[in-house]
Design a protein around this ligand. Sequence first.
Ligand code: ADP
Ligand code: MG
Length: 248
Amino acid sequence: MGFFERKPSAMPEQTESATAVPEPTESGAQVIAFANQKGGVAKTTTTLNLAAAFGEKGHRVLCIDMDPQGNLTMSQGIDPDSLEVSMYDVLSTQIGRERSLEKALAPIKQDYDFICIDTPPSLGLLTINALTAADKVIVPVQCEYLSMRGLIQLQNTMSMIRENLNPEVQIEGILPTLVDTRTVHAKEAIELLEENFGDRVFASRITKTVRFAEAPVKGMSVLKYDPDGKAAYAYRQLAREVLENGKR
Ligand code: ADP
Ligand code: MG
């Protein structure tokens, strides 16, 4: 579990160069948690690549790896075992355990535009800390094995968090991931999502591509690994959607 920063990319961004970087707001960074208690739905991939897309647009982004497995940290080429200070140090307090992350972020919120928190595949204390610290939650769902039950469980957890810990937290959107455009099943899964969650399903779709397996091995986001590929484009599109929603 670790902290790391994505500095606004120095890489020239062909299509977005005219995008103005917004002034930092008084309340500081928007905190986005990426949650779904199911593993393998692209939480970590989405945290990293959406953060990279914000960075490309010139936003200041902090990524937080709340998963003890440390996949997000490793996907940036950082060995979690080599870190002197980690999220363990943030979370070692016993009192007010659900608010440890929120408290740790308060003094640094002004330094960022976005704080992106990856969570483990469970609704335990680590995820509760993330949801308590968050303004918004993005829920990646794998369209191959769509779990409506899982989504309802997450909604119940969110209600519990709103009642007890963080009244303002909202689901920003549900993101269809690992979409295999060739199958009828994927199409049906997306339709089912839209029937149940309406416009809370993002218009962006993350299709399946081997690039997502290749990039972390190189310690890179897909945006850096294959900047002109479909996968990079899809996450830039998602960044645009989140930024647009923020203006509503
Ligand atoms: P989670 O964090 O929810 O467990 P990951 O982000 O680790 O999920 O993704 C699970 C696996 O799926 C990883 O091996 C990742 O590289 C792969 N993956 C993620 N998104 C895609 C995609 N769009 N196409 C193909 N593989 C993907
Ligand atoms: Mg993960």
